[in-house]
Write a protein of this length. Structure first.
Length: 441
């Protein structure tokens, strides 16, 4: 009996089998934890693929060449874009093609336009079947996600080109051209005057000599601008152009429409080919008062309709003004009046541009530097006093340049030097305009 009790005591105090018992008891939760981690990791991987697919769908459905982006350009108001929803779904399906191991509950794209912004939001919900967690009664894990992308639409802009074609634009385009004209004219004249009463006029002489005048360069530059605009626009009617000059002849001086506002840039280019120097009927016709800013700018102000917000139905408005900056007109309020006369020969009055700028119209000014004409007595008497003379980057005292810059909206002034091209300057102003419109909207 004593021996039996001793054996029972030994059995009761023995701990050698506890490890196996504890391991057996802990095995189930350990396996459950491992199974949960495996199932969760698998669900996370699938969610990542689904999230990447909806990211691609939201971004792609508002990309520049997407159906939604194109459709938004034709919309006159805000609202949903049905083709964007279809496109987003197609992008999602394409990205998830061949991926298995899940059941898609829903994928919901929503694409819409508000103002100048296109927004695409894509959400999804999917069930991922479990393997290990089924023993715990959980047969699926639900994963969800959302992605939103926005795209800013390009601005619609109307460009009005006001081009100075007065006789002073018949001056040689470069100092070399000026010298060639001076050396080949009996009165040392640098101007290729288009005198229809003289069959041997200097306009024809310039052509025969191969002299390039400012008006020639302006014509080519304007045509090239149409090519630039056509290549730059996102929508076929994003940019509209209108072309004006100072009149066909000295007897009809005033704002003349060479090309009415239109989105046909190819037609605008063709019309730009007609840009030419104003004709005169004999020297001193109309007392040579052929640059009548005081009359032309109010007329231009009336021609430009009120600017809008940049939508297709409400475009922004930009005036491109190209000139050598010197008025020659009948004007009692002249900044620099000619002695004992109402004839005004002076730099442009910036207040003429202010009336456009006050309406929210951006005024871009391209100043074709008034070259020094030392052999011309008229220039030396009436223009030189407020001109700095030959172009010099260090010369900042030219009243002509100063007034032309004051005429321009901030950041939209460009001076063309004898060694620079009008075409490059016009394109630079154009790129500045569309960049400024994008930032300011």
């Amino acid at each position: 009996m004593r021996k039996l009790l001793r054996e029972i005591g030994r059995f009761r105090s023995d701990r050698s089998g506890n490890v196996a018992v504890i391991f057996t008891l802990a095995l189930l939760p350990i396996l459950s934890a491992i199974g949960c981690a495996v199932d969760y990791s698998r669900a996370t991987q699938l969610r990542s693929k689904l999230q990447s697919a909806i990211d691609a769908a939201s971004v792609g459905s508002v990309a520049k060449k997407s159906p939604a982006f194109i459709a938004a350009g034709a919309m006159t108001g805000d609202g949903a874009i049905a083709v964007g929803v279809t496109d987003a779904k197609a992008i999602f399906d394409g990205n998830m093609s061949g991926v298995t191991g899940y059941t898609l509950n829903s994928v919901t794209p929503a694409v819409s336009k508000t103002g100048m912004v296109i927004t695409s939001t894509v959400t999804f919900s999917a069930n991922v079947p479990t393997v290990f967690l089924t023993v715990m009664g959980k047969t699926t894990m639900t994963v969800t996600g959302s992605s939103t992308s926005v795209s800013k639409m390009p601005q619609y802009i109307d460009f009005y080109l006001l081009l100075d074609n007065s006789p002073s634009m018949g001056v040689g385009a470069t100092p070399a051209d000026v010298t060639k004209m001076v050396n080949n004219t009996s009165d040392k004249c640098a101007f290729a005057c288009h005198d229809v009463n003289d069959n041997n006029n200097y306009y024809k002489k310039a052509k025969a000599l191969g002299v390039t005048t400012r008006i020639d360069v302006l014509r080519t530059a304007t045509q090239q601008l149409m090519d630039t605009a056509s290549a730059t626009q996102t929508y076929t009617n994003q940019f509209r152009m209108a072309i004006y000059d100072f009149g066909a002849s000295a007897s009809t001086t005033g704002l003349r429409t060479l090309f009415a506002l239109s989105s046909s840039l190819s037609s605008a280019k063709t019309a730009a080919g007609n840009i030419d120097l104003m004709t005169v009927q004999g020297q001193n016709q109309n007392n040579d008062m052929d640059t009548q800013y005081t009359n032309i700018f109010p007329a231009m102000n009336s021609a430009v309709t009120n600017p809008g917000t940049g939508t297709s139905g409400s475009p922004l408005k930009y005036l491109f003004f190209v000139s050598d900056g010197v008025a020659d007109e009948q004007n009692s309020g002249c900044l620099k009046p000619k002695a004992s006369s109402n004839r005004c020969q002076s730099p442009i009055n910036p207040l003429l541009c202010k009336q456009l700028k006050d309406r929210g119209i951006k005024v871009a000014v391209l100043y074709t530097t008034y070259l020094d004409l030392p052999t011309n007595s008229w220039y030396n008497t009436w223009i030189k006093p407020f001109n700095a003379g030959p172009y010099d980057p260090a010369s900042v005292n030219s009243e002509i340049a100063t007034k032309m810059e004051e005429c321009a909206s901030p950041g939209f002034y460009f001076e063309v030097t004898p060694t620079q091209g009008i075409s490059e300057a016009m394109n630079a102003l154009f790129q500045k305009a569309i960049s400024d419109a994008r930032i300011s909207n």
